[in-house]
Ligand binder design. Structure first.
Ligand code: ADP
Ligand code: NI
Length: 220
């Protein structure tokens, strides 16, 4: 029963988000779903709830265009029509309402399944794929790669941070490098280590090449 429901949801989400441009394309959803299933197995959580919530997790995102997004009440109605039990429906919608809360990263879902979907989404935002997504996003918004004046300063206030122009590199300090310590589950903490280390290596190399090019002088 739940298997069929998940297949139906998968098919429709795929159709809706196939060529989404703001970093919430179907492939992101599919990776988050697979990571959520893996974490659910390792943490002993309800796999079907985690999978269903992962498939639906970006639909209520306010960054998504009107014709692709679905509000929480539309999702609840859809699940009801698919004969999802009231308990499972409430659980999934509660997960979506906590993880779609943007901004501070301070929102922690109440249930293990919710914490798992949040971790899965965050794992896909870091590492090589997370790095690629950040540049894809920055490109879609016309941001530059990096700006000297936004070289990260220690102890920047929120206000100082906001005043600086957003660049792909500054997003690492704004969000990506913070995600490792925000992971909820032990399984995700372990997976985050390697992905975090890759981003540090990437940034080192980026600055090295940036500096090298900046130091080249052309004597006549
Ligand atoms: P999620 O759906 O994982 O909660 P977001 O909706 O915040 O993530 O963003 C989607 C993707 O775009 C993520 O990989 C995120 O890191 C990236 N992104 C968001 N804001 C920026 C930004 N200002 N610069 C670069 N990348 C960004
Ligand atoms: Ni997401």
């Amino acid at each position: 029963m739940m298997k069929e429901i998940i297949l139906t949801v998968e098919r429709q989400v795929k159709e809706r988000l196939w060529q989404e441009e703001s970093g919430h394309d179907w492939h992101h959803i599919d990776r988050v779903r697979n990571l959520a299933i893996l974490l659910a197995k390792e943490e002993g959580a309800d796999r079907e709830i985690a999978e269903l919530a992962a498939l639906l997790h970006d639909l209520p995102d306010e960054k998504m265009s009107q014709d692709r997004s679905l509000s929480l009440s539309e999702i609840a109605l859809w699940l009801k029509e698919l004969n999802v039990t009231e308990q499972a429906n409430d659980h999934v919608c509660r997960i979506l309402s906590t993880i779609s809360f943007k901004g501070t990263g301070a929102s922690v879902p109440l249930t293990l399944e919710g914490r798992i979907v949040q971790d899965a989404d965050r794992l896909d935002a870091i590492g090589a794929i997370g790095t690629a997504r950040a540049f894809l996003y920055a490109g879609s918004k016309g941001h530059s790669l990096h700006a000297e004046e936004s070289v990260p300063r220690e102890n920047m206030t929120k206000e100082e941070y906001r005043l600086q122009p957003s660049t792909a590199i500054s997003h690492f300090y704004e969000k990506l490098l913070k995600l490792k310590s925000l992971m909820n589950t032990d399984a995700a903490k372990v997976m985050a280590e390697e992905r975090h280390a890759f981003m540090l290596t990437f940034l080192d190399q980026f600055y090295k090449e940036w500096k090298e090019a900046g130091n080249i002088t052309h004597k006549e």
